[in-house]
Write a new protein. Structure first.
Length: 363
């Protein structure tokens, strides 16, 4: 069985640190906590789990902090987590099995990162990360923010997921890091333009976000997944700005980089829904339900766009067309994922009244 060092950088995480460590403490063989300047009870909480607590002054670079954290690992493999991450029970079981059976020749194990969930427990954002890495390979983090772990060699994909459960959003922090990079005159990579665009979009600076997404697309180099998502996010910005023509152009531009994604198809459906072209909207929504992400996909995937979202919108489209039976069928598909959604329940009551359908006994 392999041995694992958990390495974490933390700052003012008293709300969530114990929750994270409780979920990981019996999986790992060593816990290293690297504090970057906490002013709350973070360090005192960490002491309940480990005596390996170290201090590292914050430099404005997540990569520097993470790379420093990795230097304290003494076991065969390193696991990294953020303080607001947890390993859910089923994933803990799978992780422990992985630990027992992992071939020591493996250099890195990728795991799903469930970066967002809705109020019904559905994953809203998922992607892969190299999560368990061989200590001896000395893999390094790159980038000041939205950094990535540069790995090579024998890499395997696992079905284990780490789940992000943030309690608050640190508004503007990452945006400030990028703005300091601009002030220093740092050269931006295609990745920088993409993630800076994301930060601008999330903070409501849509025109500047579009400009940075376009800079990403204008460069020949760069990860194709980032370019697809740059097109999608650019389309969202144009939608927020009320420019439907450019929204459609941005969505279609994504096809230059790969086959249609559910995230694009559902947005195409919504575009035609707003034009009251319900048949065309249904075409795109139906396509979205047949385009789930590949489980080995490393780019961002948003499961809502091939599960409940297109079905709920097809329900509305069919209702507007007077096809109540079809509307009911798709509402029921959406209800499988969102059983207590007030909109879904409202549709159910309305459509049952129109169709005079008897309610099921178990409801």
């Amino acid at each position: 069985m392999i041995t694992i060092s958990l390495c974490m950088i933390v700052k003012n995480e008293e709300e969530v640190l114990a929750r994270c460590l409780d979920s990981a403490k019996d999986i790992v063989d060593e816990i290293n906590i690297i504090d970057t300047g906490s002013e709350d009870q973070t360090v005192e909480i960490a002491k309940r789990y480990t005596d390996r607590i170290f201090h590292f002054p914050w430099t404005g670079s997540f990569s520097e902090a993470r790379n420093h954290a990795f230097t304290y690992a003494t076991k065969e493999y390193i696991l990294y987590l953020d303080a607001d991450d947890v390993i859910l029970e089923e994933d803990r079981r799978q992780f422990l099995e992985l630990k027992k059976t992992l071939n020591p020749a493996v250099d890195s194990v990728s795991m799903f990162y469930n970066a967002g969930t809705d109020e019904f427990g559905n994953v809203t954002l998922r992607y892969r990360r190299n999560r368990l890495i061989k200590t001896a390979r000395n893999f390094q983090w790159r980038g000041d923010v939205h950094n990535y772990l540069e790995v090579s060699g024998y890499i395997i994909n696992s079905d284990v997921a780490i789940t992000h459960k943030k309690t608050r959003h640190k508004v503007g922090r990452n945006l400030q890091i990028y703005e300091r990079k601009i002030e220093r005159g740092d050269k931006f990579s295609p990745r920088d333009y993409f993630y800076y665009g994301n930060e601008l979009r999330e903070n409501g600076h849509y025109e500047k976000a579009i400009d940075n997404y376009q800079k990403n697309l204008d460069l020949a180099e760069g990860w194709v997944e980032d370019k697809i998502n740059a097109c999608i996010n650019m389309a969202d910005c144009y939608r927020f700005l009320g420019d439907l023509k450019k929204e459609l152009e941005a969505l279609c531009k994504s096809f230059d980089y790969g086959k249609p994604r559910a995230e694009v198809a559902s947005r195409m459906g919504f575009y035609f829904y707003r034009k009251r072209d319900y048949r065309t909207a249904i075409f795109w929504y139906e396509l979205a339900t047949r385009l789930p992400a590949d489980t080995n996909q490393w780019g961002f995937s948003y499961p809502a766009y091939w599960t409940w979202y297109p079905h709920l919108h097809m329900c509305v489209c069919y209702y507007r067309l007077g096809e109540y039976e079809n509307a009911y069928v798709h509402n029921e598909e959406a209800r499988k994922y969102r059983p207590e959604d007030t909109n879904v329940l409202h549709n159910k009551t309305l459509l049952e009244g129109l169709l005079t359908l008897p309610k099921k006994v178990d409801e």
